[in-house]
Design a protein around this ligand. Structure first.
Ligand code: S3P
Length: 173
């Protein structure tokens, strides 16, 4: 089985993914980390020096590569991954994959992203909490149509990471 965690930036995909992989004795792969390793640049540097289109292309190629070559992994993808190319189709049509949308509210995401925006090129420039909430609201409106195609949708607001991992395991088996 390949568990693919999707969701908006700061919804907890990476931290929950690591914990879940540990519980399942699976390897953990983060698609952004994979791109950073291959490019020898941070995601922010890739956006700056090569542009978003190049990044989206790499994201697509690495997603296909991982899904076709690995098994027994937890894969966390970037917040935008499901929304470009035919990535969401590739995810949901792979019979090895269980896809999980970690669904967080605009309030939760705004609060977290005000603290964690620096390494995220799409939102690093946003200064106030009100502007952040407005951006996330509009962005999510465009993206939920992709996220909602996941096999499992799990609300994560006000839950501990441990509880979320337990919830995921209950839904998977
Ligand atoms: C992005 C999310 C980021 C990263 C890049 C673009 C997005 O990943 O892939 O900054 O388009 O939402 P995280 O969701 O892990 O922050």
């Amino acid at each position: 089985m390949i568990v693919v965690l999707i969701g908006y930036m700061a919804s907890g995909k990476t931290s929950i993914g690591k914990k879940l992989a540990n519980k399942l004795s699976y390897d953990f792969i983060d698609l952004d980390d994979l791109i950073e390793e291959k490019e020898k640049l941070s995601v922010t540097q890739v956006f700056k020096s090569k542009g978003e289109v190049y990044f989206r292309n790499q994201e697509h190629l690495h997603l296909k590569e991982v899904l076709s070559s690995k098994n027994n992994i937890v894969l966390s993808v970037g917040g935008g991954t499901p929304c470009y190319s035919n990535n969401m189709d590739i995810i949901v049509n792979n019979i090895k994959v269980k896809s999980i949308y970690l669904k967080a509210s605009i309030t939760t995401l705004t609060e977290k992203l005000m603290r964690k925006k620096a390494q995220r090129p799409l939102i690093a420039h946003i200064e106030t909490e009100a502007a952040m909430a407005e951006f996330i609201g509009k962005h999510l409106f465009e993206r939920v149509q992709f996220y909602n195609q996941a096999e499992i949708v799990l609300t994560v607001d006000n839950k501990t990471k441990g509880d979320i991992v337990e919830d995921i395991i209950l839904k998977l088996f």
